[in-house]
Design a binder for this molecule. Sequence first.
Ligand code: ADP
Length: 373
Amino acid sequence: ASSNGRNGAAKSLGVRRGVRGNFVPPVRFNGGSTSGAAAAPRQQHGGENGVEDSTKKCLELLVGPDGELPERLRNLEPKLIEHVSNEIMEQDPNVRWDDIAGLEHAKKCVTEMVIWPLLRPDIFQGCRAPGKGLLLFGPPGTGKTMIGKAIAGEARATFFSISASSLTSKWIGEGEKLVRALFGVASCRQPAVIFIDEVDSLLSQRKAEGEHESSRRLKTQFLIEMEGCGSGTEQILLIATNRPQELDEAARRRLSKRLYIPLPSAAARAWIVRSLLNKDGLMTLSDDEVETICTRTDGYSGSDMKNLVKEASMGPLREALTQGKDISKISNDEMRSISLQDFMSALQQVRASVSQHELGLYEDWNKQFGSLA
Ligand code: ADP
C-alpha cells in the first residue's frame, strides 16, 4: 500500500517530494529554454508551450530550483522524458531483503557496495567510492530483478528498470535518446538505482562487426553513461544478464564487480515454498513433506519453484470441480488443503528450466571473471 501512495505522489502531484521523502517546495515551470526540449513543436492538444499536460507534469517534477530543466534534459524530446518517468521509474518497488530466499553472499556484497554508499554518500568517497556498475549474472529466474528492487527499497532510492532488449527492438533508432533520457532523469531523482536487464543484447561482442549504425551509437551512448555513473553521484547502475559470456571486454572491464546469482539451495527452495503458501494462508505441509519437495527439485530456479507452487495449488480446485462443484460458486472452504501429492503431480508439469550444461557455463564464467566469496 505504501508503494502505491508513494508512486501516486511521484507521478501525479504538482508538488515535489525529494526522493528520501523530504519536502521540496513547488517550483515554477517556465517551459525551459527556447532551444530545448520544452520548446518542442506545438501539438494539437498541447498546453501553453505545445507540450501536452501529462508530459508537462513530468517535466515539472524535474525542473531545478531555478525553474529550468537540467541541462542534460533540455535537448531531449519531452515524450521520451515522460516515458522514462511513467514507464521506467518506480518510486518503491516494495521488495525487501527478507523477501529474497538465500543468496547471502550477494546480499552481503550488495549491501556494502550499493546500499551503504547510497545511504551515506559522504563516507563513501575517495578510496571508498563505489564502483560504477555492478553485474548480476546467472540463470534466469534466480532473483536478479528482485535484488535490484530490494536495493531501491532498502536504500530508499528511485528505481529505474528497463530491459536492454526493448531498447534494441521496441525503440529502434530511438534507443540512444531513450538511454540519455533514462540517465538524465535518474540524475534528477537521486539516489537512484538503474536496473538494466538482458544487457547482453546491448553490449554483446557478437555485434562488434557489421552492426547497424544506430545500434553502434546506442552502445557507445550506453558506455558513456556508464562512465558517468557513480562518480560523485548517488546513482547506481545495476546490470543483469543471463548470458555473461556474450559481454564484450570493454563492458566487462567497466563492471568491476560481477556477482554470480546461482540457483537456490535446498534450504532456499524450502523457504520459497513455505513463504508462497503462507502468504495465501495455504501452508498445511509438514516439515518432512517440504523436505521431500526440496529433494525432488534439485536444479529448479526460484521462478520454477514459484510455478511449481502455482501448479500444485490448482490440485484441490481441479479435484473439487471434478466432484461436481460449480466454479462460479465454490469457496475456499470447499476445497481440501494442498497435499504432497499435489506437488508430486505438479513436478510432472513443471520441470527445471536450466540445464546442467548451462549451469556449467555460468560456473566456469564465475570462476574466470566473477567476484568470488
Ligand atoms: P531474474 O533472475 O530472471 O531477474 P527474478 O528476480 O525476476 O529473476 O525472479 C522471478 C520470480 O521468481 C520472482 O518474482 C520470485 O517470485 C521468484 N524468485 C526467484 N528467485 C527468488 C529468490 N531467491 N527468493 C524468492 N523468490 C525468488
